[in-house]
Write a protein that binds this ligand. Structure first.
Ligand code: AMP
Ligand code: MN
Ligand code: MN
Length: 317
């Protein structure tokens, strides 16, 4: 079984690089830090979590100092990629370390995974990559300490929207109960990583909601943010992540769309109550999950708006 091989390789390896998809969210960061903490607790000496930029709210997670933007070795024994369906979605600077590692491993829960590592552990039914790590660590008989459980819980709580999304499983609650008994402060994780926003984030949400338009008998909502807005509001990484989720809470809305201008074009986020938005995003070279997906389109705002709305209309019919 793949996990037996992974455990054998972990035992043989001394240096590790761990990474996730770029613009990492709570699941990406929580999964990376959970894995890094496990390796540290095993006595491994060289562990680099390579992530370029991450939301500063996660600074209170255990072993956050293991996150580095630059590699400290030329070559690692093992590369571990988490919460990422294809190597293309890892920051380009880190591809070299993945390619040069003696062995590569991935754990992921996205719908279409490219099985790009030597050893792949993929389960699209899992609500978070962190939940795959829970069962994997248990299978490998790796102890889940309070610190590891805290990181895993951060991943699970953020990716399930606080146990709200229908991806949430019985195992999710079982692990939450187990973690609580272990001393993990679940209400604090919930509050700090899901319910707290900075003033700039609040202002950004206010602007996006003010611009929100209803289309197709109020079944689609669309809003956007430009680079100019971002500069004015002094936005930190991750502070746009909640916007698309607000639209989908409106009764009757089937699809919520949020387009955000970046250097490589507009990053478009989709949330759905039923139709498969990963399908729509794949048409634009993106992907994700059935009810939460994204893509990047390098075009003018008006063209992006038209293209994504037209495609969503077709899928709704
Ligand atoms: P987000 O809207 O950024 O929260 O992303 C929702 C889901 O879509 C996540 O599973 C992402 O991994 C996926 N996703 C977002 N942007 C892209 C993209 N440009 N290409 C492929 N998948 C994406
Ligand atoms: Mn993620
Ligand atoms: Mn995830």
């Amino acid at each position: 079984m793949t996990l037996d091989e992974i455990l054998k390789e972990i035992k043989n390896a001394n240096s590790f690089m761990i990474t996730a998809h770029e613009n990492p969210d709570g699941d990406a960061i929580g999964s990376c830090l959970a894995f890094a903490t496990v390796l540290k607790e095993m006595g491994k000496e060289k562990i680099d979590v390579l992530l370029k930029e991450y939301p500063p709210i996660f600074n209170t997670l255990p072993n956050i100092d293991l996150i580095k933007s630059e590699a400290s070795l030329d070559k690692y024994d093992m590369a571990i990629v988490l919460d990422c369906p294809e190597i293309k979605r890892v920051s380009k600077e880190y591809h070299k370390y993945f390619e040069d590692a003696k062995i590569t491993v991935e754990f992921d829960h996205h719908l279409k995974n490219a099985m790009f590592a030597d050893l792949d552990v993929v389960n699209p039914a899992a609500p978070a990559c962190a939940e795959i790590l829970v069962s994997s660590f248990r299978y490998m008989k790796i102890e889940i300490s309070k610190d590891v459980a805290t990181c895993l819980m951060a991943g699970i709580i953020t990716d399930t929207g606080g146990f709200r999304f229908n991806s949430t499983t019985r195992e999710t609650f079982e692990f939450a109960g187990w973690a609580l008994a272990k001393g993990v402060n679940i209400p604090k994780i919930y509050k700090d990583y899901l319910m707290t926003k900075s003033k700039s984030q609040f202002e950004a949400e206010k602007l996006a909601l003010d611009r929100l338009e209803f289309l197709m008998d109020d079944k689609i909502v669309f809003t956007y943010m430009t680079k100019e807005d971002e500069e004015k509001l002094n936005i930190q990484p991750g502070e746009f992540d909640g916007i698309v989720g607000i639209g989908i809470t409106i009764k009757g809305v089937e699809v919520s769309i949020f387009a955000r201008e970046r250097s490589d074009g507009f990053k478009v986020s989709f949330r759905s109550n039923n139709i498969d938005v990963a399908d729509i995003c794949m048409l634009f070279g993106g992907g994700g999950h059935k009810l939460a997906a994204g893509c990047t389109i390098d075009a003018k705002l008006e063209d992006v708006r038209k293209a994504v709305i037209e495609e969503t209309k077709k899928h709704l019919k």
